[in-house]
Design a protein around this ligand. Structure first.
Ligand SMILES: Cc1cc2nc3c(=O)[nH]c(=O)nc-3n(C[C@H](O)[C@H](O)[C@H](O)COP(=O)(O)O)c2cc1C
Length: 233
């Protein structure tokens, strides 16, 4: 059994393209691997707390020297890190806001990048002091959307896209080096190009789910008996 953690960062509910793509991803995944656990985190509706002075002081104090107040200041962050540690696949619906990720997603990132938990710092290695601490084999899927178009690398607005590059850098820093991304464009134009972009993105999501589940223990609910479903790994 694998664990799929899905994250929605759009402030919109109805009409959100990233939520739509993320839902499609989860539905297709569930259809192929009904035995997997799916965990939902809606940070668009329930944003993680921004880091505070107390948070920083606690995060950079060794665990055995933390006061009860410090442990409390890190409780939310610890829960988010525990959840991420348990995930095999992280699928994040992340719109572009002002050329970057929404502040809610940035708050999530600030909570999960934790010295001693998700990355290590070793002063005795001055040329390369940082170590990724997340277990290997995790995969990241970024499902994005933007109002304008041409944000892929090398395209007219590519140099202004700080969504996928930023997320991929952060997750790679923690040890998640396999990342995939799919995006919808033209939301502001709301014309045929948006319709085509959405259809293309949906097709890519379906293909990506097949690719990621390929070689895993793929089976459909219809093809499994109840006992097989209960014991499938
Ligand atoms: C606060 C805000 C900032 C935005 N900034 C940009 C931007 O910098 N570039 C862009 O192309 N679209 C921008 N957009 C458009 C969104 O990326 C687009 O509407 C996208 O579809 C939002 O994702 P969602 O459909 O999942 O809500 C912005 C939208 C909002 C609400």
């Amino acid at each position: 059994m694998l664990t799929l953690l899905h994250i929605d960062a759009s402030a919109r509910g109805k009409g959100s393209h990233t939520r739509r793509l993320r839902r499609l991803f989860t539905e297709r995944w569930r259809a192929l691997r009904p035995q997997d656990e799916v965990i939902a985190r809606d940070i668009g509706r329930h944003p993680p707390s921004a880091v505070t002075e107390a948070w920083v002081a606690a995060a950079f104090t060794k665990p055995d020297r933390r006061t009860p107040d410090m442990r409390m200041a890190l409780a939310e962050s610890d829960a988010l890190v525990d959840e991420l540690e348990g995930a095999d696949v992280v699928v994040a619906g992340v719109p572009m806001y002002n050329f970057g990720m929404p502040s809610t997603m940035k708050a999530y990132i600030d909570n999960i990048v934790r010295v001693g938990r998700t990355f290590g710092f070793d002063r005795s290695r001055p040329d390369d002091p940082y170590l990724p601490l997340l277990s290997s084999g995790k995969r990241l899927v970024i499902l994005s959307a933007r109002g304008d178009y041409g944000y892929a690398s090398g395209e007219r607005m590519g140099h202004l896209n700080h969504v996928e590059p930023h997320l991929k850098s952060v997750f790679a820093f923690l040890g998640v080096t396999e990342a995939h991304s799919i995006a919808v464009e033209y939301d502001e134009f709301a014309d045929d190009r948006l319709t085509r972009s959405l259809a293309e993105a949906e097709g890519l999501v379906e293909r990506l789910v097949r690719k990621l589940t390929n070689g895993l223990d793929v089976c459909s609910p219809q093809s499994m008996s109840a006992p097989a479903r209960a014991t499938a790994r």
